[in-house]
Ligand binder design. Structure first.
Ligand code: TXA
Ligand code: MG
Length: 513
């Protein structure tokens, strides 16, 4: 029954495990409850404008791994913990079935949302579903609510299953701040993109999300607008920019010629995290390419980025939206933390789902394609499409073809050391540790784990946010474990090496910083 006197008619439907509390498999007893550090502040923020509900799939009950009574006991305990901090969850909805039961309440089925809407008189079109599994935001779709995906819990692990148009966030706190600023999410976001496009057309700057990192963009055909990028970033003029396009066909307006290999690469990897370097057309201003006869172009996969380029009606030159040499931003708040405000428009499109800058491949350096920067599109993938690709060894990483490839880059303020074994540092509370995957020993200082499962793409999406967290707590040193050196792991090691100085054998023994 709808309650007419209810002032709040919007809801947030929250997943439990991996969203509010650490996911430890099955939470069997209240002792298993461990809240994320930002769970309480985020819920307090959200409940100012929303009724809060928990919707959780507990198929462990159907599989006999846990009893319904255990689930209820954990929920009652968690409810009490939250209530003690002033957070009021209206209902706890539990689906105890297995997929084989074909029940009507398992996410992504919206049964519990409809039930809550009926009981509390909710407007589901202005409500949100938040969770760390692709089925969480999917639950929102059929009832017109807005789905938000978190990289906590299993979030970074299940990214490959997540549709590309989903909004994702590094934490519940980030999601809560975004929701607060986007009460009518679709129209607020559309307005942000529109004002970004107007700023680009007027010669201004826009920070915008791409699937790799946030870009700081300007009209690529307007040299004065592009000059502002260098000023705001404090970037040396000899470091050329990447130009972003919305359609593969736009490449021909920037490149003097589009060879067959470029076409094949575009067909295979665009939209996506691959930048192709080709001879440029004379119409491209010199400031974009740092005076080089070549231009770097990519078509991003992020829908907001492409909509921005389309609406602006021009190609957008954009480096990563950080101060030169510093850690790249994978969330809008990272951009503002480094560049401040007042220089242009920031489009907040959540977290970036790849998390590392694009692969840069030159088709203009000679007979053979040359890999200038490793990224999510790997050497193996490139090779499968265009045959042999030259991969200059790290020792020669001052690559004349790519003047922007400065040796020290992507760096936190805190000194960073990359090592094979962080063991010797674990006793020092002034040292922060960036683990690749969970290790058996505890570190005395703050620690971050890039991936629970050991998956390299999961490590990539978490890398810069984890580095920033360690960089923000006033440590004397951060030590980072190098990661397995294959696939996107090569790109992670490349960024770590450039962000710090490398130690520990292997081909790149020391790199000056
Ligand atoms: O993922 C990305 O590529 C992000 C997002 C925003 O798209 N952008 C990015 O831009 O990482 P930036 O400026 O941080 O790195 C661009 C690099 C430059 O450092 C430069 O070395 C290389 O691309 N580059 C650009 N134009 C080039 C050219 N004509 N020849 C060789 N290398 C070039
Ligand atoms: Mg979950």
């Amino acid at each position: 029954m709808a309650s007419a006197q209810n002032a709040v008619d919007r809801a947030i439907f929250l997943d439990r495990d991996g969203t509010l509390v650490y996911d430890v498999g099955h939470l069997g007893t209240p002792d298993d409850i461990r809240l994320y550090p930002d769970t309480i502040p985020a819920l307090l923020r959200l409940q100012r404008s929303y009724l809060l509900f928990v919707v959780t799939n507990q198929s462990g009950v159907a599989h006999g791994r846990i009893t319904r009574a255990q689930v209820d006991a954990v929920n009652e305990n968690l409810a009490a913990m939250l209530a003690a901090k002033g957070v009021h969850i209206r209902r706890w909805y539990v689906c105890p079935h297995s997929r084989a039961d074909a029940c009507c309440c398992m996410k992504p089925k919206p049964q519990f949302l409809l039930q809550a809407a009926e009981e509390f008189g909710l407007r589901l079109d202005l409500s949100f579903v938040i969770g760390d599994h692709p089925h969480d935001p999917a639950t929102a779709d059929s009832v017109g609510a807005f789905g938000v995906y978190l990289l906590t819990g299993h979030g970074s692990h299940h990214l490959a299953e997540l549709p590309h148009d989903r909004l994702l966030f590094h934490s519940l706190g980030d999601a809560a701040r975004w929701i607060e600023a986007h009460p009518d999410p679709r129209s607020v976001l559309a307005r942000e993109i529109q004002s970004g496009a107007e700023a680009i057309r007027a010669g201004g700057l826009v920070a915008f999300p791409t699937e790799t990192v946030y870009g700081l963009g300007a009209d690529a055909l307007n040299p004065r607008a592009v000059a502002r990028i260098f000023e705001v970033k404090e970037r040396p003029l000899e470091d050329p920019l990447i130009v972003h396009i919305a359609e593969p066909g736009d490449l021909a307006e920037l490149a003097a010629a589009v060879p067959e290999k470029a076409q094949r690469l575009a067909e295979s990897f665009w939209p996506g995290p691959l930048t192709i370097v080709l001879p440029k057309r004379p119409t491209v201003p010199d400031i974009v390419t740092a005076g080089l006869p070549t231009i770097a172009v990519r078509m991003p996969a992020n829908g907001i980025a492409r909509q921005l380029i389309r609406l602006a009606g021009v190609p957008i030159a954009a480096p990563s939206a950080n101060r030169f040499g510093r850690t790249s931003p994978t969330a809008a708040a990272h951009v503002v933390a480094q560049l401040g405000t007042g220089w242009g428009v920031v489009i907040d499109g959540g977290a970036c789902r790849v998390g590392l800058e694009s692969t840069v491949l030159s088709l203009a350096a000679g007979d053979k394609p040359v890999l200038l920067r490793p990224g999510a599109v790997t050497l193996e993938q490139l090779g499968a499409v265009i045959g042999e690709v030259e991969d200059p060894p790290e020792q020669h990483s001052h690559r004349p073809e790519s003047p922007g490839m400065f040796e020290r880059h992507y760096a936190p303020v805190t000194p960073l050391l990359v090592v094979r074994d962080v063991g010797p540092f674990r006793g020092d509370a002034g040292v922060g540790v960036l683990f690749f995957r969970p290790r058996e020993y505890e570190a005395a200082g703050p620690a971050e784990v890039l991936t629970q499962s050991g998956a390299l793409d999961e490590a990539a999406v978490n890398l810069y946010a984890a580095l920033r967290r360690l960089d923000s707590v006033g440590l004397k040193l951060i030590v980072a474990e190098s990661v397995p050196d294959h696939g996107i792991g090569r790109a992670i090691n490349d960024r770590l090496r450039k962000a710090g100085s490398y130690r520990g054998g292997g081909p790149a023994t020391t790199v000056p910083c």
